[in-house]
Ligand binder design. Structure first.
Ligand code: NAP
Length: 244
């Protein structure tokens, strides 16, 4: 398979690229700086590095990047700096998702590609009944006003859920929702649910980035896992923290 990874230089993106290469998949890593990729990834024979800022590629350039791809994975996120959170682009994840989907739709594909978006357990899947408490609704409302990336993550997932939908001829999608992210060194037991099993605000669980990368790679490469979660927004927790 050929997999295009955006946000490939990020903490989770690097792990996803490494996982896919290890599985023998061809990877196109889109990064702002190749130096941010570890040496062993950068020099891997199955890796192609495309250097540039995802929102600055023209539609034509993006079409070439996604051409002949089997899957696109996004691990994009706003850098946790004042500029990353409050500067521009405010809609990094949403606009990148839209541009990549447009490029896929315009590239001639003979089968739908998989689009896997890394998102957050703080976001709701409106296709499911995901009740949240009044308190959580208030806090999320405030976060939407005060922390622009919250809305960006919500809109990116909503674009796939509503605009791409369940019957798009060119794109099938899954939105992966981890809870608080941890940096662990090895994959550990994790569980995946259709909806959150705990409050992402008042009783957050934990999810290792390496487990997120493992699950995203499984979605892309394993058909039974894809069939289970295609068009859905799976929530992933490390096993030892899944219970409230
Ligand atoms: N923190 C948490 O506990 C938590 C929990 C659940 C979900 N999430 C979500 O998980 C996602 C990824 O998390 P992470 O920790 O792996 O992210 P990360 O390490 O911060 O990586 C972010 C990636 O996005 C890229 N990026 C940032 N700003 C960009 C811009 N303006 N143009 C192009 N690329 C840009 C970065 O590129 P550079 O390397 O070039 O900067 C990097 O590749 C985020 O969407 C986040 O909201 C986070």
């Amino acid at each position: 398979m050929k997999v295009i990874v955006v946000g490939a230089s990020g903490a989770t993106g690097k792990l996803l690229v490494e996982n896919l290469l290890h599985e023998g998949q061809e990877v196109v890593a889109v990064v702002r700086s190749a130096d941010k990729l570890p040496e062993k990834i950068r020099t891997h024979k199955l890796l192609t590095v495309v250097v540039g800022s995802i929102l600055e590629f023209s539609d034509e350039e993006l079409k070439k990047i996604v051409a002949n791809g089997d899957a696109v994975a996004s691990c994009l996120g706003h850098n946790l700096t004042f500029k990353g959170m409050y500067g521009y682009p405010r809609k990094l994840v949403t606009d990148a998702t839209k541009k990549l989907c447009l490029a896929v739709e315009h590239a001639s594909v003979n089968k739908p590609i998989k689009f896997v978006l890394m998102n957050t357990a703080g976001n709701k899947n409106k296709d499911c009944k995901e009740p949240i408490s009044f308190g959580q609704r208030v806090v999320i409302g405030l976060l939407r006003l005060l922390v622009p990336p919250v809305t960006d993550n919500e809109k990116a997932a909503e674009f796939l859920r509503v605009k791409i939908g369940q019957h798009n001829a060119a794109i099938q999608w899954a939105v992966v929702r981890p809870d608080n992210l941890l940096n662990d060194q090895a994959v550990s037991a994790y569980k995946v649910y259709a909806s959150p099993i705990r409050s992402a605000i008042f009783n957050a669980g934990q999810t290792s980035r390496i487990n997120v990368a493992h699950f995203m790679a499984d979605l892309i490469t394993k058909n039974n896992i894809w069939q289970k979660w295609c068009g859905k927004m799976p929530v992933i927790y490390n096993e030892e923290t899944q219970r409230s």
